[in-house]
Write a protein that binds this ligand. Structure first.
Ligand SMILES: CC(C)(COP(=O)(O)OP(=O)(O)OC[C@H]1O[C@@H](n2cnc3c(N)ncnc32)[C@H](O)[C@@H]1OP(=O)(O)O)[C@@H](O)C(=O)NCCC(=O)NCCS
Length: 284
């Protein structure tokens, strides 16, 4: 009998548990063997998931393996890290073939949505009919462009699935909320959406806005506002209206790669310094 393929899973997240379950039948047939789980978080080294030990990336060198499967969406970064640690790049595989849908430096399209350069979302989030700008980050378990059943009918239940053979596609379901189906959701640029946020179809989220975790956003959100709650309400404005005006004039997220690389320290500093330095360097 051939010896099993030896696997290390990178990333001790929910996706790791999902992958272990998917690999279980192969492990039963001795086609593969999971030898360890590897993670960058030193707090969990030495713990285990389903009996597999969590090790540090530095420790990989002490293991025999044929493949490393990377579960997080930051595939390129992790690949680079592993190659620096001496791992042969041909042994490193992404868990998801389409990881670039979730995290990439270029603009891309998926389903009926589009997402701008450098923006990313976690794989458990669901996004429909939404246009997302650049440099946005969207947490786990978000539902964006949420639709549903038409609340104005006597029953919202999709009866025709069971009582007639007419419906094969949910867009043909007469109980689908057609008004919302036609509405595109817009998330502008530099937006931070926390974990577990739900955004109704047709809402526009302004540039630089922050949506607090677990918010249910049913109305448009202004540029640089922080909102939270169910339904979401304004918690605060990130900056004064004068600063916001200037930031929207600069639109740092539209700059090219090298310009942004030069701005990083300022982008992490105070809004006054950022605006002053920007206009000093870019005198009109
Ligand atoms: C919204 C958020 C950015 C606010 O951060 P902050 O300005 O440091 O907030 P503070 O903790 O100082 O709280 C400020 C106020 O907002 C409220 N608040 C904070 N987070 C909230 C949320 N998610 N929903 C509703 N209200 C919230 C606080 O109760 C407080 O109210 P008060 O002024 O009446 O006392 C942050 O709480 C948040 O939700 N971040 C996302 C976290 C997340 O999802 N992480 C995973 C993905 S990276």
């Amino acid at each position: 009998m051939e010896s099993p393929n030896l696997i290390i899973i990178f990333g001790a997240s929910d996706d790791c548990k999902k992958l272990i379950n998917e690999l279980f039948p192969l492990e039963l047939c001795h086609l593969i063997k999971i030898v360890a789980i590897c993670d960058n978080d030193s707090r969990i080294h030495g713990q285990s998931i389903n009996g597999y030990e969590i090790i540090s990336p530095d420790n990989i060198i002490n293991y025999k393996y044929d493949k490393i499967i990377v579960t997080p969406i930051f595939f390129q970064d992790i690949k680079r890290q592993l190659v620096d640690l001496g791992v042969n790049s041909e042994k490193i595989y992404p868990y998801r073939k389409n990881y670039k849908d979730y995290f990439d430096t270029t603009s891309r399209e998926f389903g009926n949505s589009s997402i701008g350069r450098f923006s990313y979302f976690k794989p458990n989030s669901k996004i429909w009919n939404t246009n997302i700008g650049s440099f946005c980050h969207i947490g786990d378990n978000c539902i964006i462009g949420q639709l549903g059943h038409n609340p104005h009918l006597i029953s919202t239940y999709p009866l025709r699935y069971h009582f007639s053979n007419e419906i094969s596609d949910c867009s043909l379901d007469p109980t689908a909320d057609k008004k919302k189906m036609l509405k595109t959701t817009v998330i502008k640029s530099d937006v931070y959406i926390g974990e577990g946020v739900v955004i109704s179809a047709g809402v526009t989220i302004g540039n630089g806005a922050i949506i607090g975790s677990k918010a249910l956003v049913t109305k448009d959100v202004e540029d640089y506002s922080i909102v939270g709650g169910v339904p979401a309400k304004i918690i605060s404005q990130r900056f004064s209206s004068n600063h916001i005006k200037k930031l929207l004039e600069i639109k740092w997220w539209t700059k090219d790669y090298s310009q942004i690389a030069h701005m990083i320290t300022d982008l992490e500093g105070s809004v006054d310094d950022f605006i002053n330095n920007y206009f000093k360097i870019n005198k009109k």
